[in-house]
Structures are given as structure tokens and as C-alpha cells.
Write a protein that binds this ligand. Structure first.
Ligand code: NAP
Length: 324
């Protein structure tokens, strides 16, 4: 496993980050522990979670993925200082009007919940999950700055921010001398490129932000397991995801998948490894966040570690997917 510097910080993170959204959703607790331990043994030191994972599961109050991660940390497979824990705040964690959002009140409340569930006294990377139209960015950054100065949080980041909001946040941090976002977590993969590449990529490169894309396999579509015209199997993400069902109607997406398949076969790689390899070769990307729900999927994803595509293969993939 290779390690990369996260943006302009001095923090070294594994080139694959392990996501935990599937914990307590499509992966049960025991499987989640196995995935965590195997990932750590393979050298992954970077783990992404969020307070709301997986609140959308019926009967689940949220915080389940953080709780599983916290219990695993206590098992002693790794020492706390050996891993970089990233979590997020913004989503709804209760029924009250202040149980969500990026207000000072909610952030300071939410961080206590995350620390308790993670059974740790600091979070390495605390991310704003998505923007909040009701709260000024000044208020949000002041609250985050207090957490950094207070030692509960080491670095701050954001996810799902458009370029103008990210620029605004960097400008406010600079003007007010507050902690600044050191990392962006965008939705980015070979069939969802424009949202990030249009402007965000240039912002991150110009201002030295780390980039940790989520859904690098398009929720599983870029493994090649779905077939055109065939309803996704009941247990797969495709059966629950409107986005995957939309991909299944798009000819350009299937053309990109076909190209990926051809290149993968020629290289003796799986399709998912080639899709991850493409991200690992993009100069602005620090660590794609993988989301395996089984050991088999993790093994496959881990096979991409160290993979770098040739300029010709990058060009072929980017030509065919350029409008996606
Ligand atoms: N910031 C945000 O808003 C946001 C949003 C989403 C995710 N995230 C983060 O990013 C992480 C990764 O996102 P993601 O889960 O969408 O990533 P992904 O890598 O695009 O999709 C992972 C899913 O693809 C399928 N899969 C993976 N490897 C496979 C293989 N070898 N064979 C067959 N199927 C395979 C599995 O789904 P099935 O087997 O269930 O079909 C797996 O759960 C999350 O855990 C979370 O930490 C953040």
C-alpha cells in the first residue's frame, strides 16, 4: 500500500480509503469487523464514516457505522494513532429543528455524539457532509475552528460542495484566520466526471486540497456485474439505487463500461480494479473511498492498490467518457 500526503497537510493516508456506509446496511456487524481488519492488514490506514450512516435503514437511528468502527477500534487490531478517522456532520440525527445542519449548535452537539460512538477523544478529519442553506459559512467555520483549537478535531474538510461554495469557504477562512478545509470529498467516478472536473478539480489543485472521491465504482455499476436489459438482483445496490437504474438506460455509460472491460481483460485485471486504477492515476486524486460489503469485494478492490494506467489507456477511457 502506498501512502499519499493529504493536500497541503503533512498527513499521510493510504491511497485507498475504506468507506463504511455499508456497515449496518448491506454488511452486518461481524462482516464489517472482518472487512476493517483485513483492510488494516493490507495497509489501509484511512477510514471514512459519517454520523448518519445508515439512518435510512428501517429501525436504525443513525450512528451505527460509527458505533461499529468505535467497537472495532477498541478490539486492539490497530492502535488509535495508527489510523486516520474521517467522519461527517450535517445530516439529520433526530426529530428536532436543530438536529441537523451546519449551525454552531448542531456541529458542537454532533461532534460529541461522534466522539462517543467512535470511542475516541479526537477525529482526524471532520467533514461537512453537504452545504446548509440556512447557516452562514462564517458560523460553520468558526465552530469548526473552535474544534480544531480545542483538539477534538485535527483537520476539517467538506463534501458535496460546488466550486463557488468551496472558494467562498477558503476565502472566509483566510480573511478571518480560521481553520480551512484541507480536503474535498466529491462524488466522482468514470461515469460521473463533469461535476468534479468542470471546476472543483482546478480549485483543489490550485489551493492544495486533498481529494477523496466517493462512489469510485458508481455504487457497483463499474464492476461490470449488471447486465443491459436485466433487472438488478434483489440483494445488489442496483436494486435500491435510482442512480444505477438511470445508468442502465444510458448508451454512453455502457460504451464506457465496454471500453473498461476490454482494457481490463487485456491487462488481466478486473473491471473494478481498472476503474479504481483510473482514479489513482488522475493527478488531483489523493485516495478513492471504496465501499466493499464483503471480504471478496474488498480483496478485489485491494487489487487496485499500486495500479497506474498508461497515458494511452487514460486517453482511451477519457475520450469515451468525456461527456459523462
Ligand atoms: N460524502 C457523501 O455524500 C458520500 C456518499 C456516498 C458514499 N460516501 C462514502 O464513500 C464510500 C464508498 O461509496 P460507495 O459505496 O458508493 O462506493 P463504490 O465503490 O462506488 O460502491 C461500493 C459498492 O459496489 C459494490 N461492489 C464493490 N466491489 C464489488 C465487487 N468486486 N464485485 C461486486 N460488487 C462490488 C458493492 O455493492 P453491492 O454488493 O451492495 O451491490 C459495494 O458496496 C462510502 O462507504 C462512504 O464512506 C460518501
Amino acid at each position: 500500500m502506498e501512502y499519499r500526503i493529504l493536500g497541503s497537510t503533512g498527513l499521510k493516508v493510504s491511497e485507498l480509503c475504506l468507506g463504511t456506509m455499508q456497515f449496518g446496511w448491506t454488511a452486518d456487524e461481524e462482516t464489517s469487523y472482518t472487512v476493517l481488519t483485513t483492510a488494516a492488514e493490507a495497509g489501509i490506514n484511512f477510514i471514512d464514516t459519517a454520523d448518519i450512516y445508515s439512518r435510512w435503514v428501517e429501525g436504525n437511528p443513525g450512528g451505527v457505522a460509527e458505533t461499529i468502527l468505535g467497537k472495532w477500534l477498541k478490539k486492539g487490531v490497530v492502535r488509535r494513532h495508527q489510523v486516520v478517522i474521517a467522519t461527517k456532520v450535517r445530516g439529520r440525527m433526530g426529530d428536532g429543528p436543530n438536529d441537523e445542519g451546519n449551525s454552531r449548535r448542531h456541529i458542537l452537539n454532533a461532534v460529541r455524539g461522534s466522539l462517543r460512538r467512535l470511542q475516541t477523544d479526537y477525529i482526524d478529519l471532520y467533514q461537512i457532509h453537504w452545504p446548509d442553506e440556512d447557516t452562514s459559512i462564517e458560523e460553520t467555520l468558526c465552530a469548526l475552528d473552535d474544534l480544531v483549537r480545542g483538539g477534538q478535531v485535527r483537520y476539517i474538510g467538506c463534501s458535496n460542495f460546488p466550486a463557488w461554495r468551496l472558494m467562498q469557504a477558503l476565502w472566509v477562512s483566510d480573511r478571518r484566520k480560521l481553520a480551512r478545509f484541507t480536503c474535498l470529498q466529491p462524488h466522482y467516478n468514470l461515469i460521473h466526471r463533469q461535476e468534479y472536473e468542470r471546476e472543483l478539480e482546478a480549485v483543489c489543485q490550485t489551493y492544495g486540497l486533498g481529494v477523496i472521491p466517493y462512489s469510485p465504482l458508481a455504487g457497483g455499476f463499474l464492476t461490470g456485474k449488471y447486465e443491459r436489459g436485466v433487472t438488478p438482483p434483489a440483494e445488489s445496490r442496483g436494486s435500491m439505487s435510482k442512480r444505477i437504474q438511470t445508468y442502465m438506460q444510458d448508451d454512453r455509460v455502457w460504451e464506457t463500461l465496454a471500453k473498461l472491460r476490454t482494457l481490463a481483460e487485456a491487462q488481466g485485471r478486473t473491471i473494478s480494479q481498472m476503474a479504481l486504477g483510473w482514479q489513482l492515476t488522475r493527478p488531483s486524486v489523493t485516495s478513492p473511498i471504496i465501499g466493499p460489503r464483503s471480504l471478496e469485494q474488498l480483496d478485489d478492490n485491494l487489487g487496485a492498490a499500486g495500479l497506474r494506467l498508461s497515458p494511452d489507456h487514460m486517453e482511451e477511457l477519457e475520450q469515451i467518457s468525456q461527456e459523462l
